[in-house]
Ligand binder design. Sequence first.
Ligand code: FDA
Length: 507
Amino acid sequence: LGVGLVRSSTFLNCISHHTPPLTHVNKLVLSVLAPKYQNIFQASIQNPRFKFPGAPTPAFIITPESAVHVRAAVVCTKGLGLAVRVRSGGHDYEGLSYRANEPFVLIDLVNLRKVRVFPKRGMAKVQSGATLGELYYWIANRTKTHGFPAGTCPTIGVGGHFSGGGKGTLTRKYGLAADNILDAIVVKADGEIVNREAMGEDLFWAIRGGGGGNFGIVVEWTIKLVPVPSKVTLFSTDEIEMYDGGTDLFYKWQKIAPMLVDDLFIRATIYITGIEYLSTVKVSFNGFFLGTTSELLSVLSAAFPELGVMQKHCRESSWIESVKAFNDGYKEGETIEVLLDRNHYKTGGPFKAKSDFVTQAISRKRLKAIWQVFLDIYPGMMILDPYGGMMDRISEFETPFPHRKGTLYSIQYYNNWSPMEAADEKKNLNRVKRLYNFMGPFVSKNPRASYVNYRDLDLGVNGNGGYNESKRWGESYFKGNFERLVKIKGKVDPENFFRSEQSIPLP
Ligand code: FDA
């Protein structure tokens, strides 16, 4: 059971001691024997790769409803000498929010999901356990002229996402979620509850992109809303074979997409279709534009006519409808309320992803070589998001997220497989690795950069390699900002309470 009954009652007494009178401690704290324990534990596991018999489970799950409850969880977990894991939406690619290789307590923020919107002040307050879908929904419920720049998948948790940056269709126009944070409430490792003024600018800098699970538990964020017009336009092109014009088009996309007006975001998705020796590599482009279809067509006819976007590829809607549709298309009869459903967009099977940033357009010849390796590896997918726009105008030191000016686009390599293929997990993991290794010469170097929100333990883990090993993954995610993060970690969590395979190490 991880911890015995004695420790269990010690823990419950401690929580009861640190929470207001009449708190239902038995509701707040779930031990392994509690009827709801399994439901709560499993509910937010987004990568089924980490759901297997014998997988590590927490000694207790705590589901706080206030910052004071979070503080009690921190103080009592420390008192018991256990490690801690913090989970908001559970989308961590490597499952670091709900698994550990030492006995641990899981603080699950699923009950901390209030969203309060203040349209006149152009801001909102959102608790970390809310999903992006909930945040977007409640913003649109209160105002038709505001939105927020964050990720495209509605079930992502605000807590982990904002902590690592957070990018989506509005990023070229307004930057990352982390670039639009005004204040936050954090429970520190010593149990102190602080806002921006009390935490100081170093910690406030670190929590806006320095990665989740490092510096404390962010309970609530105050965010700056951004303007959106009454009509936006989404478009999807027909899919194009790489060997039939797709390569030329993709080559051009690399150069043009990061230079387009900030209002326009065009994602490229590269994938394989067909079976075995009949398979081929295709590309399709999905766009989001802050304006009407006719305005979009006029921008594209001047800047990128080769894309062949016509009226029939476009759909105008409100911003909130586009949020839903960018993820899974416009579906008859489906309303935006689906954004409130934490389970609606669950990923299919176990998956592995890795990331890169590209700073120089890849030549046509090299692209063709990449398609060949991609075909050999089969299956998988590459999702490519253009940067530029606002991302070029924010200094790489402004927040810990350093992938700014000079970045043309990011690549996410993604492979998922059927749960039936669990025995083939190694083969599937290797497929992503092989493609990633082949891509080395064509992407950013010294360091080869990665996105911390696409967590990848292959980049290295804390442990026997000491600081130098941590520096390897740390500089990949944060470049020159890694050292500042390490110094801040030393100040705010000198006992390394918030630790994991890839937590910021102590100096
Ligand atoms: P989770 O709860 O797993 O937390 C992630 C990390 O943050 C863990 O280390 C955790 O301990 C820590 N943490 C969680 N809550 C915290 C808190 N309140 N305070 C401090 N630390 C906390 N990214 C993107 O930028 N744009 C996108 O469009 C997408 N799309 C996408 C789709 C899908 C299907 C997945 C699985 C993932 C993405 N992502 C993404 C990546 C996503 O941004 C990343 O996984 C986030 O860290 C997820 O945040 P959650 O709160 O859901 O994760």
